[in-house]
Design a protein around this ligand. Sequence first.
Ligand SMILES: N[C@@H](CCC(=O)N[C@@H](CS)C(=O)NCC(=O)O)C(=O)O
Length: 245
Amino acid sequence: MKLFYSPFHSFVHKSLVAAHEAGLWDQIEWVPTYPFKNRAGEDQGDRYSIGAINPLNKVPTLALDDGQVVYGSQAIIECLDSMSRSGTRIYPPAGAARWDAITRLALADTMFELTVALVMEGWHPPAQQRRALFEWIWPKLIRGFDALEAAARRGFDGFDAGHAGMLQAVSYLDFRARFYEAKDPLYPDFDWTEGRPALQAWWEEAVQRPSVRSHHGKDFEGDDSAEFCQAKVREVLAAQARGGR
Ligand SMILES: N[C@@H](CCC(=O)N[C@@H](CS)C(=O)NCC(=O)O)C(=O)O
């Protein structure tokens, strides 16, 4: 199977965490995809577009060997979890633990997407940035971090899909990841660790997991050309054609 994803390893990717936890790391062909190089005016048009296999043209996107495409990171990690070869499952069975895990996943993933929106807004010159957007998003992020701190204080039992989402969301906003540098008009020096010792302690332990160390902080080595990406899109389309999809 192929995973189309952006190989910036300064933050934790939950789909890579899920693949590693499931013992599927070696079953995956990594296809570097840079969705924002598709923006008009930057780079060369749609060189990395995966719109032919995912109408949203978003990463991550998983393509199974029979051509079935799974997108939406929650769908991807649930799919990987269902194929686990390691015996580890990050989706608990139906019940309180599952509702807690998928609710934390929803929180973390929304925090991640809101941070993506801030990053994109930050690409505009300061005078053109919409202050109202920052004023709308920041209270959600701060309450979100506070909710994660409260959850960490109550304590966690094991490692689940929500934790994978937390690793991604927290690391993406972290100033050390350099995705969101000190240029925010409201919180230029935001440091999520301040006043959140339980979350920080959880983070420091969680990043030691082999599934995180597999990629976090490591440069991607391999072909990340647009030609490679497009060749892999064509392979997915060919598999779909063979299967009558
Ligand atoms: N809901 C999606 C969000 C994924 C997402 O926001 N991906 C971004 C990269 S960080 C993307 O591909 N953006 C390209 C675009 O929106 O055109 C998921 O969880 O998979």
